[in-house]
Design a protein around this ligand. Structure first.
Ligand code: WT7
Length: 646
């Protein structure tokens, strides 16, 4: 089934920016002459001072640096807002669809320009200066976009923290980048339920004494407490500031934003993206991968708390002068027709979502889809995790009525934009494959010793050379940047993903090869969840692995060893799951928790996760060599307990 080939429709090959021949020509040029290629395409954004240097990159340990367009200057907000005002000021920049289906709003480019300038002046009023880090902990409302663009306008570095994260997770991210400013809302609403963002912020700030100012955007009107001297209402300050604010001239390599993401070890890393290369890459991929044409209504269902929201709700589409839809709610509220009703209501042409959402909707059957028209849809996209062929085919057949190509886009927080994806007018599709690399991207599969593998094969997915949207460092920890991405396989960027290349040169992402989980498209470090568990007073030790989950892709499986004298009860299980929710956020709650009298360890004390993964998968046949274990008996105990768990 997965070997099925779905040909590019003839009308797509004709009307798209790029057909197969053009793809091959542009791709070859981009690899043979990256400097010439990007010198040309870098011009797609407006520069204040044009660049003369295109690329300066070294992946060497002593001298790791990545610079694109380094002597050029520009402003990202100018490119996303101001430059469109003259010719398309009355066109819609943002369509906002509220959680409540009766509530929506459209914001034209001219209106966006006003809102963003006012927001920028509120930031200045609160003392924010160029280079300062500003933490944004917001629901999916237009003000989240204004806040991000306002930071870009004045040269402040935003760090958006997903509204589903806990106060502790928020505090850690504020502290890590020494952020003295926080923007939040009274409450968010999702699926009809309020989320106490301001209250969470207050809890977080108990451990962030350096925060000087909290700007609170009124959204639901829910009750909050305002701390005198620290907290201000956005609308009160906005009422007294100037309505004009110039754009700061930024260097191409000045930071644009920090976004925290989980790794296989330690606490989340602050992925740093800079201004010029990021914007060029986000806007170019948005145009070509989605074959975005002026006038298209484009909807990406992500949250601005993730990189998909940064690159493909905000920066890419707005840099291209597109109409981008921002959705506050969830796909299943008020019912599982919601996405398609929104498509019909706003005439959405391009729809971009995650496999976990597709699988959840597929479970509800065809009827909620079929009762809507969806005739405006032209193209569908998928992102965040491997999409299984069944879900792909359902998306294609039922949602897209077999009319709409699907772009399965592989990329990462670190990559800034899409690296492997079909181009809809150029690439024949194979359900489950992210297909071929974007311009300037040269995937290399290597074995565990770093030897490049050729032809049809499987290996660790690396990228041979830099692309403009690549992250530049881990905020405050350049050494960790080297160690995480450039130390295993010398001279290449290592993604952490496993991948297969087939006989047609198509890429099939097989999932992470490190201790990172992908739960409903959300990236979680097993180490993070383990340290949350052991922070509980009754827990001695914990090991977390992933296991296959029908809807989430991967579920979270936790093995917990209790301290001496603690009773393993069902109540304690519930308490520990709640504990992790509180420590990190609901997305990190273990799906299954098993008591482990002991964990399988080598004689040197290393936990053998391979065995734990097998047991979690309910597959006891192939446990491999257990003879190196310090105490092989623990495995039998774990298997007994697993069987009791069902
Ligand atoms: C990890 C990155 C890309 C933005 C959202 C997630 C997995 C992402 C795909 C895809 C298979 C995918 C990878 C990657 N992933 N897209 N189309 N097919 N796997 O960003 O949180 O940084 O996670 O998501 O494992 O490494 P992220």
């Amino acid at each position: 089934m997965s070997d099925q080939l779905i040909k590019v429709p003839a009308d797509w090959a004709k009307s798209a920016y790029v057909d197969d021949a053009k793809y091959t020509e542009m791709y070859e040029q981009s690899i043979k002459d990256p400097v010439g290629f990007w010198a040309e395409h870098g011009k797609r954004v407006d520069w204040i001072k044009p660049y003369t240097k295109v690329k300066d990159v070294s992946y060497n340990q002593r001298d790791l640096h990545i610079r694109w367009f380094e002597d050029g200057t520009l402003n990202a907000c100018y490119n996303c807002v101001d430059r469109h005002v003259k010719d398309k000021g009355d066109e819609v920049a943002i369509i906002w669809e509220g959680d409540d289906p009766s509530v929506d709003q459209t914001i034209t480019y001219t209106q966006l320009h006003h809102h963003v300038q006012r927001f920028a002046n509120v930031l200045k009023d609160q003392g924010v200066k160029k280079g300062d880090r500003v933490t944004i902990y917001m629901p999916m409302i237009p003000e989240a976009a204004y806040a991000m663009l306002a930071c870009a306008r004045i040269g402040a570095v935003h760090s958006v923290v997903f509204g589903g994260f806990s106060p502790d997770a928020l505090a850690g991210r504020i502290q890590d980048c020494d952020s003295r400013f926080v923007i939040t809302s009274d409450e968010g609403v999702r699926g009809g339920r309020p989320i106490p963002l301001k209250e969470n912020t207050d809890d977080a700030l108990d451990s962030c004494p350096d925060v000087e100012s909290v700007i609170v955007v009124e959204h639901t009107g829910g009750a909050v407490t305002m701390k005198e001297g620290r907290d201000v209402w956005y609308h009160e300050v906005a009422g007294r500031v100037d309505h004009e604010c110039p754009c700061e001239e930024m260097n191409a390599e000045d930071p644009l934003f920090i976004l925290y993401t989980s790794g296989s070890t330690g606490k989340p890393k602050g992925v740093l993206h800079t201004t010029g290369g990021y914007l060029v890459y986000a806007s170019m991929t948005h145009q070509y991968v989605f074959d975005y044409k002026p006038g298209d209504i484009y909807w990406c269902t992500a949250d601005v708390g993730w990189v998909t929201g940064h690159s493909y709700i905000l920066y890419g589409p707005l840099a291209n002068g597109a109409t981008t839809l921002m959705f506050e709610g969830v796909p299943t509220y008020p019912d599982s027709s919601r996405c398609w009703q929104v498509c019909d209501k706003h005439n959405v042409n391009i729809f971009y979502t995650a496999p976990t959402a597709i699988r959840a909707l597929m479970r509800e059957g065809d009827e909620p889809v079929k009762k809507t028209s969806r005739k405006s849809l032209r193209l569908l996209g998928s992102v965040g995790e491997p999409i299984n062929p069944e879900a792909w085919l359902w998306y294609h057949k039922v949602v897209g009525d077999e009319r709409c190509p699907i772009v399965d886009t592989w990329w990462q927080t670190e990559t800034g934009g899409i690296l492997i994806s079909p181009l809809p007018g150029a690439t024949d599709l194979k359900p489950g494959s992210a297909t071929r690399p974007f311009f300037g991207v040269e995937p290399v599969l290597v074995d565990n010793d770093g030897h490049p593998l050729h032809g049809a094969t499987s290996g660790n997915l690396c990228i041979a050379d830099s692309w403009p949207g690549q992250m530049r460092t881990v905020y405050g920890d350049h050494k960790r940047f080297f160690e995480t991405y450039f130390s295993q396989f010398k001279g290449k960027y290592f993604s952490g993903d496993g991948c297969r290349r087939d006989e047609d040169g198509y890429y099939w992402i097989t999932g992470r090869v490190d201790d990172v989980l992908n739960v409903s498209g959300h990236r979680m470090g097993t180490a993070e969840i383990e340290s949350a568990l052991v922070a509980h007073e009754k827990v001695a030790e914990a090991a977390v692995v992933g296991y296959p989950h029908d809807i989430k892709g991967q579920g979270i499986y936790a093995y917990v060893t209790l301290k001496q004298g603690q009773d393993p009860s069902d109540d304690l299980k519930k308490e520990l799951v709640q504990w992790v929710r509180k420590e990190i956020g609901p997305i990190a709650s273990p799906d299954l928790l098993q008591w482990a009298p002991g964990l399988p360890k080598t004689r040197s004390g290393k936990i053998m996760r391979r065995i734990l993964r097998k047991i979690a998968e309910d597959d006891f046949s192939n446990l491999g060599d257990t003879s190196t274990l310090a105490d092989p008996g623990v495995v039998d105990d774990l298997i007994d307990n697993r069987q009791n768990l069902g």
